[in-house]
Ligand binder design. Structure first.
Ligand SMILES: [Zn+2]
Ligand SMILES: [Zn+2]
Length: 317
């Protein structure tokens, strides 16, 4: 009789559905474990921030700026095109090698692994700006921006949220050894530009990449315009869309998260969408999704209602 082999991973995945007493987020760690682990990660995190000040001593060359821009924009794309639009929302399809390449690029941004990132992000969409949301500005701006990542409850990968990708052993490996791509990138930057290359291509670029990403959790749930009634605080913000290769069209995204495209109109600049379209043209990705006609109809109905409201206010004042 064939019996299903139960792996450690299965027990973790089951636990996420409450089918097992064993839960990865409640594996008993020695007393004080989190405080030690959390303190070390916080020290590294703030230490990398502080290292940016070394730029005043090290200076900057044209080559450093080129390295900074390359590692910044490539890794922002790894997060937006890879971790977000592919792993979190499956808004397009690709091959297994390309899937790993996207995962590797995203992981080099020092935001943990693809399964952790996408699993946590799916929780954000399910509970957006409600109590279980990992990072709602309703709990405070800085909490949403960065402090939530130091909470123990968000340390573990929510494998139950991301079973679809957790069946790939190479992604599970990368998720566990998420420190590997950043270390390789650090060596590469040092090899290219020496210490100043390391500082600009890895240190300062990583901090810039962190905070560009974080603005979507903090500012894009606070500042901008609202096209759709999504029941949360998500906003469309063109400045943030430029900074994050298109993620600033966040109200659009919360309305229809399955769309690869987040700028729903030609004037809503969405560079991740343009890059993915170029990749589709050469066969690297396919089956990209766009919003259906019903979403555009809803947008124009809402737009007309807002225009009427504005003209009524103008008349009465
Ligand atoms: Zn999303
Ligand atoms: Zn959001």
């Amino acid at each position: 009789m064939e019996t299903k082999k139960t792996t450690a991973f299965d027990s973790v995945a089951q636990s996420q559905n409450g089918q097992s007493a064993r839960d990865v987020s409640s594996i008993e760690e020695p007393d004080g474990w989190w405080s030690r682990y959390g303190n070390v990660s916080a020290a590294i995190y703030w230490g990398i921030h502080a290292s940016c000040l070394l730029a005043f001593w090290v200076g900057v060359s044209a080559a450093d700026i080129a390295l900074f821009l390359t590692t910044f924009w490539l890794r922002v794309f790894g997060i937006t095109g890879g971790f977000h639009r592919y792993f979190s929302h499956r808004s397009y399809k690709t091959s297994r090698p390309m899937q790993f390449a996207l995962a590797f690029l995203g992981t080099s941004a020092v935001q943990k692994g693809p399964l952790w990132w996408a699993g946590t992000h799916r929780v954000h969409h399910r509970y957006s700006d409600e109590e279980p949301d990992p990072h709602s500005p309703r709990k405070g701006f800085w909490h949403a921006h960065q402090l939530w990542i130091f909470e123990k409850q968000w340390h573990d990968t929510r494998l139950g949220e991301i079973r679809d990708f957790a069946r790939f052993p190479e992604l599970v490996w990368l998720n566990q050894w998420h420190i590997v791509p950043p270390i390789l990138l650090a060596f590469l930057c040092y090899g290219i530009g020496g210490f100043s290359g390391l500082l600009w291509g890895m240190g300062i670029s990583t901090v810039a990449c962190w905070h560009a990403t974080y603005t979507i959790n903090s500012l894009s749930h606070r500042w901008g315009s609202v096209r759709f009634d999504t029941g949360d605080d998500s906003k469309n913000n063109w400045v943030l869309a430029l900074l994050t290769l298109g993620e600033g069209w966040h109200n659009n995204h919360h309305r229809f998260m399955n769309s690869t495209r987040q700028g729903f109109y030609w004037w809503e600049i969405d560079i991740t969408w343009y890059v993915l379209r170029a990749m589709q043209a050469v066969g690297l990705v396919w089956d990209m999704k766009e919003p259906p006609a019903s979403i555009y109809a809803e947008a124009s109905t809402n737009g007309a209602a807002r225009a009427t409201l504005r003209s009524e206010r103008a008349t009465s004042s």
